[in-house]
Design a protein around this ligand. Structure first.
Ligand code: 2P0
Length: 326
């Protein structure tokens, strides 16, 4: 009754920003991401009737009771499907930059969903696994698959039609995603709290909702046509729009720090110089820069030269869930 799974992180080109049901992790809008080859989580799950409670060792350390509570709530979904009450020991290692803001709930819950369901011999389809991972963290639904992935928001109230599907596999189109780690302090608003506050209080949220479906449609056309310029322009504009909603929240908040702006301005400057690069930013200060593989070396150098940049890690489209043996 044990299994090991590896799941990679993903970066959204069209952002998931807001829930219509916080219990079931049902989003207000569909989103689209690239699974990244370089960053991943490996998780081992062992079920045994010898255990008296669930436990989690993350990167070699026992985690807090609050964190265990979330894991137990998630494992309860898996146990319900399997019809068992047996407890689990979870051992998880994150292969992501240790800098603040990079710990990933997407790869974490995707790997946990895969390893736990495999350990209980549940033979889930990719779709079922995606809907399960979603209930740990919304963005985890996308990390089940490799390459370019769309999470359809679904229409039903029970969540059975809210899961991700693969649009293109990781070998179908190579683009470079430069992960820019900046000098920054800890973030003060989690993505979960931030999106909820924005949904409830920001007058700009209506503008987000009114336009995000069209952004997604245009993005899918760009991907089908392998049109990098269109992909970059839409991704950058969509990220800007998401962050703009936070400025209208009550109280307002902002994930950018001064180093974030330094990188954004450098990307715009590179475009002036004829180098094609676009940025996208999640709920934190770090920046992901999209470019063509043939320009990744020069663009990486130019980004690394920005004083407040600590590291630049080159990523490409990566694989979906992998099952490992010891
Ligand atoms: C995304 N983010 O699409 C967006 C863009 C952050 C900004 O998904 O509450 O950790 O666990 O479902 O998945 C981060 O939010 O939130 C996220 P929960 P999650 O990648």
């Amino acid at each position: 009754m044990e299994a090991i799974a590896r799941a990679h992180t993903n970066i959204a080109l069209i952002k998931y920003w807001g829930k219509r049901n916080t219990q079931l992790f049902l989003p207000t809008n569909s989103s689209l991401s690239i699974t990244l080859d370089h960053f991943y989580t490996e998780t081992k799950v062992q079920f045994s009737d010898q255990f008296e409670k669930d436990s989690l060792i993350l990167d070699g350390s026992q985690v807090s009771d609050q964190e265990i509570g979330k894991i137990t709530a998630f494992l309860d979904h898996v146990r319900n499907i399997a019809g068992t009450k047996v407890f689990a020991k979870v051992t998880s290692v994150n292969h992501v930059p240790t800098a603040a803001g990079f710990a990933s709930s997407a790869s974490g819950y995707a790997a946990l969903a895969a390893a736990a369901s495999k350990a209980l011999q549940l033979d889930l389809t990719g779709t079922e696994l995606s809907a399960l991972a979603r209930q740990g963290s919304g963005s985890a639904s996308r990390s089940i698959f490799g390459g370019f992935v769309e999470w359809q928001k679904g229409e039903k109230t029970d969540g059975t039609d809210s899961f991700a599907t693969q649009i293109l596999d990781e070998k179908a189109w190579d683009i470079s995603v430069l992960s820019v780690v900046v000098e920054a302090g800890p973030k003060s608003v989690s993505s979960r709290d931030g999106m909820q506050r924005t949904v409830e209080t920001s007058p700009f949220y209506a503008g987000w909702l009114a336009t995000v479906a069209e952004d997604l449609q245009q993005m899918k056309e760009a991907i089908n046509a392998r049109d990098f310029t269109k992909l970059g322009e839409i991704a950058e504009a969509n990220a800007m729009k998401m962050h703009a909603t936070t400025l209208g929240a009550k109280p307002p908040f902002l994930y950018w720090q001064s180093a974030t702006l330094d990188v954004m301005q450098q990307v715009m400057e590179l475009r002036q110089q004829g180098l094609e690069a676009y940025f996208t930013i999640d709920a934190g200060p770090n920046v992901k820069v999209l470019c063509k593989p043939e320009q990744e070396h020069i663009i990486k150098e130019k980004l690394a030269a920005v004083a407040s940049v600590r590291d630049v890690v080159v990523c490409h489209p990566g694989p979906g869930i992998q099952y490992l043996s010891e």
